[in-house]
Ligand binder design. Structure first.
Ligand code: GLU
Length: 303
């Protein structure tokens, strides 16, 4: 049956700093995928992890997207304005007995991991704890189960993960009271009516958790396409932690040309001096993510 739902895509940066080449690369991929399908492209600011927010980052992100001609549809969506929606979802999962309080500290789990009790998998210590001392701060975890989560990533192919065996119960709300990225993302994608998620390969491991939450909450499934992450000369993903520099707001067309090359779009040489908007016009008409199939990381040529 033909897919009649309109395409709705999004770019969802966390305001932890200005956009660098890697984040702009992801933004561009999601923009092109949406516009090539005559879809909507929305901007969401993932700003609930407040200790990581950097003052001025939102303005800088918005200014950069504008300078590169990546114009989004409608108003900007801020996660911080949807705390009640996340709470509502949490209550629902709690009422179904799917959530439990967890007092384990990172330190304690790391110690257990070091003696081989568990590695990345939460060993379920608090799963059946009858009483939590009221004075103790606790996180909320979701009970994962033994179902296989299977999805077809448009670039990475069929992905199958057993959350129970491979991840264990994961956190929905941290001890400091901050809702986890996994839960917030699922609710946001639903509230924004997102049909297509295009994001970096570093998040592919989050997708089964998000699909699991969608299934528990009875929310519609989304389609996924994980593009490679841009790595530096040491093989590390460009990020604030690896001190990736902000993309320039001058000579944006030079950067745009390079980004299209990194997306394996082969922009013609005659467009080397073209403006960002001409480059985007060409790129929307010619968008083809297929050359990126099964690629997890991409390294810009060192000049
Ligand atoms: N806010 C996340 C990040 O900046 C991306 C979320 C997503 O695309 O699902 O890494």
């Amino acid at each position: 049956m033909a897919d009649t739902k309109p395409y709705v895509g999004r770019f969802a940066p966390s305001p932890t700093g200005p956009l660098h080449l890697g984040s702009l690369y992801t933004a561009l991929a999601s923009f092109l995928d949406a516009r090539a399908r005559h879809g909507f492209w929305l901007l969401r600011i993932d700003d609930i992890d407040t200790p990581r927010n950097v003052p001025g980052a939102i303005d800088s992100i918005v200014e950069t997207l504008d300078a590169y001609g990546l114009h989004w549809d409608g108003p900007v969506y801020y996660e911080s304005q949807h705390l009640a929606d996340y709470e509502q979802a949490l209550v629902r999962l709690q009422q179904e007995g799917l959530v439990y309080p967890c007092i384990c500290s990172r330190k304690m789990l790391a110690e257990l991991a070091s003696v081989g009790v568990s590695h990345d998998i939460y060993p379920g210590l608090c799963r059946n704890r009858a009483v939590i001392p009221s004075s103790q701060p606790y996180a909320l975890r979701i009970r994962s189960d033994e179902r296989d989560i299977v999805f077809e990533d448009k670039l990475q192919g069929l992905i199958r993960q057993n959350l129970g065996a491979e991840h264990g119960d994961f956190i929905l709300k941290r001890k400091e009271g901050i809702v986890s990225y996994q839960l917030a993302c699922v609710i946001d994608d639903y509230l924004q009516g997102i049909t297509h998620v295009v994001r970096g390969f570093d998040l592919v491991d989050s997708t089964p958790k998000q699909i699991f939450l969608q299934q528990l909450l009875g929310l519609p499934a989304t389609s996924y396409l994980h593009v490679p992450v841009v790595i530096d000369s040491h093989g590390y993903k460009l990020s604030k932690q690896t001190l990736a520099e902000a993309v320039t707001l001058r000579s944006t067309n030079v950067v745009m040309f390079k980004l299209l090359q990194l997306l394996q779009q082969k922009p013609p040489v005659r467009l080397e001096q073209a403006s960002c908007s001409e480059l985007l016009d060409w790129a929307v008409r010619n968008w083809d993510p297929v050359p990126l199939i099964k690629t997890h990381a991409i390294q810009p040529e060192i000049n």
